[in-house]
Design a protein around this ligand. Sequence first.
Ligand code: HH2
Length: 290
Amino acid sequence: MSRWLTTRYTIDLSRPRVMGIVNVTPNSFSDGGVHDSPAAALAHCERLVAEGAELLDVGGESTRPGAAPVPPELELQRVLPVLRGALTLGVPVSVDTSEPQVMRAALDLGADIVNDVRALRRDGALALLAAHGRAGVCLMHMRGEPADMAAQAVYGDVVREVREWLFERASAVEAAGVARERLVLDPGIGFAKTADHNLALLWRQRELLQPGYPLLVGWSRKGTLGLISGRPTSERLGASVAAALAAAERGASVLRVHDVAATVDALKVWQAARSGELEDAAPPACSPRV
Ligand code: HH2
């Protein structure tokens, strides 16, 4: 059985799980400034859990193309109060950061997962996670930095290159002491990739499963969906749900989404269509670790 070991919970990945996005930032590409007070962000966490989110991902720095870096002190100020509250809601909580100082403070509070778009490549990040030893980790593929990544979207075979990069990175992270069952990989939709690259990564997503790690994927409201649908970020619900289902169909284990209720409903129908029956009891998403 596929599972993801995290600080407090073992997450069952026998079916796709929904991770609700909580951006505590003024400038995130689709919801910047909407939840940027701790009280608003925590209310948003509660709403997402009520809608069926099985994990929460709390971030204090936008990584949209061109975004400027945020000093760690400000990132800490944004995410810590929200994490403190989110950790009481009964679901695994991830912190979306690349900054070791923020990782450390989040792990000290009890955060379950570190979701790092830079795959623990900042100085001190990998050693910190290896020494902690209990947290789950998401390693994402990106080239360059959000400020300049668009210029680095040049690949021969994007799917092969992303797969090999992720596999090599996961091997290095394991060699440094983070256990394999704590790792999940992510192709990084929209990070140093054109729309064609993103769509190749969806069409051939199963190839990304070959290294043997669960896959987390984030298509929610992203630019490629805007190109396909011709809609602005605020009107990409249908496109985002369709992309989440396409990713689930091709073996994704965790779907990182803004619109939790609609995604959860769609996955229930997808699941029923696959089995041909209503379920009495779905397996619980996670169990506390003993
Ligand atoms: N995408 C974003 C941020 N973090 N983490 C993972 N693992 N995978 C992703 O695809 C991913 C991510 C960008 O989306 P969002 O958080 O909505 O926007 P912003 O970075 O502008 O806050």
